[in-house]
Ligand binder design. Structure first.
Ligand code: CO
Length: 366
């Protein structure tokens, strides 16, 4: 049994435990996780349907059949041709599986037009979210997933060190130019693609946590928030460093930086099985608050990372999920001084049997 089939069988157990009748995925991470076939969301009807018992069924546009058969262990692939109405096929499969009046769990991000079609095909069904059964499974990574994430982390480390070496040469570059440079380094270092659009937040732009990059030129003394990662074998890295390429950082920067660094260090050190996600957030937040920047730490401490760059478990107050071996998440406290600068330091951390393992090791100093 390959890893994808093993996950599918575990998912069927979870469906039974949740008293749900079937799971319906469209082209996105859950489909890959269970079938081994990956595709971007698309306008054509392409579904992976898994009832509580038996083997899964693909409903697919004819032109994808070969790719699905190459990538997936699933044998039952029912195709439709451009020009056909795929909704009839969907309806027939739901009837075959006897789930037209069942409790169906659909991908959380399923497009509304597909949800509409499913509602029409299964008028007696109730609809829930796939994450109720899949998020707990996907939260605990297996050895192969962790290897992919270690590799993605190494690539981000390599690029982080290369970018830091720019020193004076970064002065005068625009954020967009530096972002393009980082993208190229990421691919050259072995990344399959970027995990997300690179963030280069220089000077005051760094105070907007999800600023992407723009035309501002990097100046001497600017703190620059650099947040990027790559996909390797479907799994992403996500790392942030705050770098002053040359010159003297602005007044107040060093004190705020030390608070963020101490918070990040302490929160990572607190990671071990049995503690809650909320408690890790609290460790980071208490240190930053005591240093006087509590109001400027305007986001949660971290997010789970897996096939999706943001997934469970979220490291946020109120999340009483207990950490378990195999969970992977970011620890990324930050301080954002509006109109002045921002600071964020982020590493990915794996929960191990007796503590934690960092997936990023590049220097964290500014
Ligand atoms: Co992150």
């Amino acid at each position: 049994m390959n890893v994808f089939e093993r996950r599918t069988r575990a998912c069927q157990d979870a469906l039974a435990a949740a008293d749900a009748d079937a799971l319906i995925c469209f082209p996105a991470e859950n489909m890959y996780y269970l079938s081994g076939f990956h595709a971007e969301p698309m306008e054509r009807h392409l579904f992976f349907i898994l009832a509580r018992e038996g083997d899964p069924i693909f409903i697919a546009p004819e032109l994808y059949e070969g790719q699905i058969r190459d990538a997936s262990w699933v044998e039952d692939v029912r195709t439709w041709a451009d020009g056909d109405d795929p909704r009839k096929l969907v309806e027939n499969v739901l009837i075959d599986l006897d789930i037209v009046a069942g409790d169906l769990l659909v991908d959380d991000q399923l497009w509304a037009r597909f949800t509409q079609d499913l509602r029409r095909a299964a008028p007696g069904a109730t609809f829930g979210l796939a994450s109720t059964v899949l998020a707990p499974l996907r939260m605990r990574k297996d050895a192969a997933e962790l290897d992919a994430m270690r590799h993605a982390g190494q690539i981000a480390d390599t690029v982080s060190e290369q970018v830091r070496e720019l020193g004076d040469d970064a002065l005068g570059m625009t954020e967009a130019e530096l972002a393009r440079h980082i993208e190229n380094l990421c691919i050259d270092a072995g990344g399959d693609a970027l995990s997300f659009d690179v963030i280069v937040g220089s000077g005051p732009n760094g105070a907007k946590p999800h600023h992407r990059h723009g035309d501002r030129k990097i100046e001497s003394g600017d703190p620059v928030v650099l947040d990027f990662g790559v996909f390797a074998a479907h799994y992403p890295s996500d790392q942030t460093r705050t770098v002053v390429f040359a010159g003297e950082p602005p007044e107040g920067f060093e004190a705020a930086f030390s608070a963020v660094k101490a918070a990040q260090e302490a929160a990572v050190e607190a990671v071990e099985p049995g503690v809650t996600a909320a408690s890790i957030d609290r460790v980071a937040r208490d240190i930053i608050t005591e240093a006087g920047y509590g109001e400027q730490f305007i986001h949660r401490t971290g997010h789970g990372v897996g096939l999706n760059v943001h997934e469970d478990p979220y490291i946020v107050s109120g999340n009483e999920t207990e950490l378990e071996p195999g969970m992977v998440f970011s620890v990324e406290p930050g301080v954002y001084l509006d109109g002045e600068f921002g600071i964020r330091i982020e590493d990915l951390v794996v929960v191990t049997e007796d503590g934690h393992e960092r997936l990023n090791h590049s220097p964290r100093e500014f």
